[in-house]
Ligand binder design. Structure first.
Ligand code: NAD
Length: 374
């Protein structure tokens, strides 16, 4: 540790995901000071502050942002609030960690990245699966040349979350329900998956996609009875990477299998690796690798340093990945380390998701970044 300073943390939003992932991350990180939790519902802030050892609570985020003990703010509120709250965090001169997506449009996401960069503030998006020890190992094998030239990157995020029509849907622009497909799995899951594929395979040059609704009626949070909601519960896309590599992607809300249902396969000229983030028999993830000389995939054991202290493949996945995310984040800020999963990465992921939707709607390849090529 290069400095004894602790990172003062304030969290906005004290409900489901904060409780499962973010707050255990701070509770077990010895480089942070747990200063405050803010929720408009006071009882939630009080209950979680007590449980996770935060010093004080607020119900107004503007008041919390004036707290001089806070160096960074974590925005873990509903999606449509991320942009405004994160803008306030940056204007208060605090480092920012925001849940995905950063904003409802890629343009607004880029504007947050620009504001933060201009102010010299550090940023991170809640890209949970970047902090998988298995996927970080694959990333380092790509970077150090172990896998050779990368030919194919295959990415999946699919599980059975919405196969049950009674599992309530939320936050997918339901004000606009008509006959046009509403992007849902490609936004909710795709924002993670596209980021992972770009992290591993580099920038995307073009995408060609197909989206489909398989389950037409389902329960919607806050409404009575089954509603007709034409979300994309399955999307597939072909990808041309700028490097020349090829990619294949699928997001699905209705593919039978366990959470979180993320799988990345990378095939290079020297080796191949498969990271499977699917909870099976209490094990959160596995890594398998093969080489050109030994083509049978074999399991790879991950070193304990790849995990946040006190976690293992048997830790519940939200906590396993978020405790690792928080330790990387604290190290990045306190040791001035390289950015990882920054707001700019978040904005680029949104731009790619938009291109996938456009490709489906216009039944054609769409080039990236927008405005380049056909
Ligand atoms: N990264 C991941 O893998 C992952 C997984 C699950 C959820 N999420 C994201 O995390 C975010 C939070 O999810 P959740 O399920 O906990 O949501 P939630 O709706 O259950 O809870 C959000 C909380 O924020 C509070 N809140 C809303 N506006 C506020 C404001 N202006 N000031 C203070 N508090 C405010 C609400 O009162 C509520 O307690 C969402 O954006 C969701 O998409 C990410």
């Amino acid at each position: 540790m290069s400095t004894a300073k602790l990172l003062g943390v304030g969290v906005i939003g004290a409900h489901a995901w904060a409780e499962k992932a973010h707050l255990p991350g701070y509770r077990f990180c010895n480089r942070v000071r747990r200063v405050a939790i803010c929720d408009t519902v006071r009882e939630r802030a009080v209950a979680l502050a007590e449980r996770f050892g935060f010093e004080r609570v607020y119900t107004d985020h503007a008041e919390m942002l004036a707290d001089a003990d806070i160096d960074m703010v974590d925005v873990c509120t509903p999606t449509d609030t991320h942009f405004a709250l994160t803008g306030d965090v940056l204007r208060a001169d605090k480092h920012a960690l925001t849940e995905k997506p950063l904003a409802l449009t890629a343009a607004n996401a880029f504007s947050l990245a620009d504001t933060a960069d201009a102010a010299g503030l550090r940023t991170k998006v809640g890209f949970t699966f970047r902090y998988s020890p298995a996927l970080r190992q694959i990333k380092s094998w790509i970077d150090d040349g172990t896998l050779g030239e990368i030919f194919h990157v295959h990415g999946f995020q699919q599980n059975a979350q919405f196969l049950d029509v009674n599992f309530p849907l939320r936050q997918y622009g339901l004000g606009e329900v008509g006959t046009e497909l509403i992007p849902a799995s490609i936004v909710g899951y795709g924002s993670h998956l596209v980021d992972l594929m770009r992290w591993l395979g580099g920038d995307f040059a073009a995408v060609s996609a197909s989206m489909r609704n398989f389950v037409p009626e389902r329960m919607v949070r806050g409404k009575q009875g089954l509603q007709r909601v034409p979300i994309d519960d399955g999307t597939v896309a072909a990808i041309e990477f700028a490097s020349g590599a090829q990619g294949v992607l699928q997001t699905s809300f209705i593919a039978i299998g366990n959470y979180p249902g993320v799988e990345l396969r990378v095939y290079g000229s020297k080796g191949a690796a498969i990271g499977r983030l699917i909870v099976e028999n209490g094990v959160a993830e596995t890594l398998h690798a093969a080489t050109a000389g030994q083509v049978e995939f074999r399991p790879v054991a991950l070193p304990s340093q790849a995990f946040a202290a006190g976690t293992s493949v048997n830790t519940a996945w939200p906590e396993l990945y978020y405790r690792n995310l928080v330790r990387h984040w604290a190290d990045e800020i306190l040791d001035n380390g390289a950015g990882d999963g920054t707001f700019r990465d978040g904005a680029k992921s949104q731009e790619i998701v938009d291109a996938i939707v456009q490709s489906h709607r216009e039944r054609r390849w769409v080039s990236l970044p927008p405005g380049e090529g056909a």
